[in-house]
Design a protein around this ligand. Structure first.
Ligand code: FES
Length: 320
């Protein structure tokens, strides 16, 4: 793990819902952990060669523990299954310091949307908004209540009246009506959404249709949807500061090609969702494949995520 890291002990592993395990990490040394803000995540070295990011779901005011919840997803890249099968109470694991690419702002009113396991950063935000005394409503959608983590915790929370549950297998009147919610919101409301990509896309497109400006819509993807790479070709990147020219083969990412040539770049998700590898581009046309930059930022064609995005032109000049 490249980033500033620490060792923590797994104090508790508990089933939070069908296929969802919650893990609590406590310090191995001393009583407190580095502070974090709502929306933050940590990298966890599940094994030395398997590092994955998970959002913190406890209140940022807590300093004695980090709490995460992980959905077992056999179709993922293997991290979630390993968490379920290999991590146990009492074990010591290496994690990164918390980092936040999904910062919670200060708004007149906030709408929180959680889809399934996307509840983790959203619940942390609800805790923080409650602590601040801010006005907010949390909408929590899931296939069924037994597949929704932390339902009891939310019912028992001091902000339970701010939480609305929407279960796919429940009665029609409790179903999530995005159109009504988003069209009925005031112009100074901001929304935060996390969940499966289809859920995030639905909230984003409904917000756009309801006239929301993109600066009021904040989102975090867990993982990027699959991309068709069958037509990928090779191209060259030139590093403006060193003058180095590096070929990126059709089956390589820019980050990988750079690493093969001794240029190390800090990465985290390697799927275009976290923003860690953001790089300025000085020349060439970018083929954006990330889920981090806003549409207008992509159109500006001057920055890219070099872990996943590519080039439409034979040459890209990077500001590095
Ligand atoms: Fe996360 Fe590139 S490493 S966006």
């Amino acid at each position: 793990m490249d980033k500033k890291s620490l060792n923590v002990r797994i104090a508790r592993c508990a089933t939070e819902a069908t296929d969802i395990v919650g893990l609590e990490f406590i310090p191995t040394d001393g009583d407190t952990l580095p502070p974090f803000t709502a929306g933050a995540h940590i990298d966890i070295a599940i094994r030395p060669d398997l590092v994955r990011q998970y959002s913190l779901c406890n209140a940022p005011s807590e300093t004695h523990r980090y709490h995460i919840a992980v959905l077992r997803d056999p179709n993922s890249r293997g991290g979630s299954v390993a968490v379920h099968e290999e991590l146990r109470e009492g074990q010591t694991v290496q994690i990164s310091y918390p980092r936040n690419h999904f910062e919670l702002g200060d708004h007149k009113h906030t709408l929180l949307f959680a889809g399934g396991i996307g509840v983790t950063p959203i619940m942390c935000m609800a805790e923080e908004l409650h602590r601040r005394g801010s006005s907010f409503t949390m909408h929590y959608g899931a296939r069924s209540s037994d597949r929704a983590a932390f339902v009891d915790r939310l019912h028992a929370s001091p902000f339970s009246e701010n939480v609305e549950f929407h279960f796919d297998n429940g009665p029609d009147e409790q179903k999530l009506n995005l159109t009504a919610i988003l069209r009925g919101a005031s112009r100074d409301t901001h929304l935060y959404v996390c969940g499966p990509s289809g859920f995030i896309e639905a909230v984003k497109s409904e917000a756009a249709a309801a006239g929301w400006s993109t600066d009021r819509v904040h989102f975090e993807y867990f993982g990027a949807p699959a991309v068709d790479t069958s037509n990928d070709g090779s191209f060259e990147v030139r590093l403006a500061r060193s003058g180095k020219a590096i070929r990126v083969e059709a089956d390589q990412s820019i980050v990988h090609a750079l690493a093969c040539n001794g240029v190390k770049v800090e990465t985290s998700c390697e799927q275009g969702v976290c923003g860690t590898c953001l790089t300025r581009v000085l020349e060439g046309e970018i083929e954006h494949r990330d889920h981090y930059l806003l549409d207008e930022e992509k159109l500006a064609n001057n920055q890219m995520m070099i872990c996943c995005s590519r080039s439409k032109t034979p040459l890209l000049v990077l500001d590095m």
